[in-house]
Design a protein around this ligand. Structure first.
Ligand code: SF4
Length: 334
């Protein structure tokens, strides 16, 4: 780990001004904002992140979960994952988010990790975390060791020849299924970004993962009102039952009216270079009957664009089955 200067932001504007001194919001940034530190400190110890300045934002007043007038909910950026998972508003209206949070990491990590930090969680690709290996995300233009290397855990959707790293977050998959909006304050003012537009595909520039600019601070996330009568579920498939990242996961929000699917929102995790929203699966589900044939066609549509590499073709079938299972469970009558 290299030497760095640590200071604390006493206001949102202080944090924004400090962050704006960085010339890039992505990899290699000279200034990093620190909340829970569960990603950043790991990567600093590995010399993957080498900020000259670290700004502690953990005491900013962004740590509340609030009911909104329209029936939605506002989640502050520094709300801890553990607190969010058990918050009554989340458990009652957005079960899929609570389930995804509780499926992630360990109790200790969830006690530290924050909403904003989880949105910006970096990939677990082993080459990204090893500075001796080529990695376009960490060192643009150096190559991608994973293309012909250890790629069992990496993405099959949204990949490019420059990077196939998977987004490791569970929370982000649930937020995608819930159609979340990310609210940002920066040196040019405030912006609200639909989660579908927040993450970038790797393309030729995998070092750039989101639309955030230097100085941008995520202040909060909002969720629209849950569709009345809809049910939601998160299914996570992994190598062991706890403290493990998803090989494939599915977050679904579905409403059935008179034997037909009247609302469907589908997101996949573990298989995409970003939390993977599937309008293709939703198009199959909408208006269909909630049965195995419909679910299998939806899963086929969700994975149709998959481009597996040497070790991760199994993820295509795993994700298909995970999605079919989630849809079957969430539409089961009790
Ligand atoms: Fe780096 Fe992406 Fe290749 Fe992994 S998959 S080595 S993160 S460029």
């Amino acid at each position: 780990m290299e030497l760095f200067q640590l200071s604390r932001a006493n206001s949102v504007s202080e944090a924004i001004a400090a962050g704006a001194a960085s010339t890039t919001a992505q990899q290699g940034a000279e200034v990093r904002l620190l909340a829970g530190g569960t990603t950043l400190l790991d990567l600093m110890k590995l010399n993957v992140e080498r900020p000259a300045r670290v700004i502690d934002i953990s005491r900013l007043p962004l740590d509340t979960v609030e009911d909104m007038q329209d029936g939605g909910v506002k989640i502050g950026a520094t709300v801890r994952n553990a607190d969010l998972a058990v918050h009554p508003l989340i458990r009652e209206r957005y079960a899929v988010l609570s389930q995804a949070l509780l499926a992630g990491a360990s109790a200790q990590l969830r006690n530290m990790a924050t909403t904003g930090g989880n949105l910006l969680q970096r990939t677990r690709c082993v080459y990204f975390r090893d500075t001796a290996m080529p990695c376009n995300k960490r060192d643009p233009g150096s190559g991608c060791a994973a293309l012909n290397g250890f790629n069992r855990t990496l993405a099959v959707l949204g990949v490019s020849d420059a990077c196939i790293a998977s987004n490791p977050s569970d929370m982000n998959v649930a937020l995608t299924a819930l159609d979340a909006t990310i609210h940002v304050e920066g040196s040019t003012g405030r912006r609200s970004i639909a989660i579908d537009d927040f993450y970038l595909l790797p393309g030729e520039t995998p070092q750039r993962e989101t639309v955030l600019e230097p100085g941008d601070l995520i202040t909060h996330v909002t969720l629209p009102p849950a569709p009345p009568g809809a049910r939601s579920l998160y299914v996570k498939l992994r190598d062991r039952a706890s403290y493990e990242f998803a090989l494939a996961s599915a977050a679904v929000v579905v409403k059935v009216v008179d034997g037909r699917i009247a609302h469907a929102r589908v997101a996949l995790g573990g298989v995409g270079t970003k939390p993977w929203h599937s309008p293709e699966a939703e198009a199959v589900l909408m208006g269909g009957t909630p049965d195995m044939a419909t679910f299998q066609r939806a899963a086929d549509a969700a994975l149709a664009g998959a481009k597996p590499r040497s070790q991760n073709a199994f993820k295509v079938e795993l994700a298909r089955r995970g999605l079919v299972h989630a849809l079957t469970q969430v539409t089961q009558t009790v």
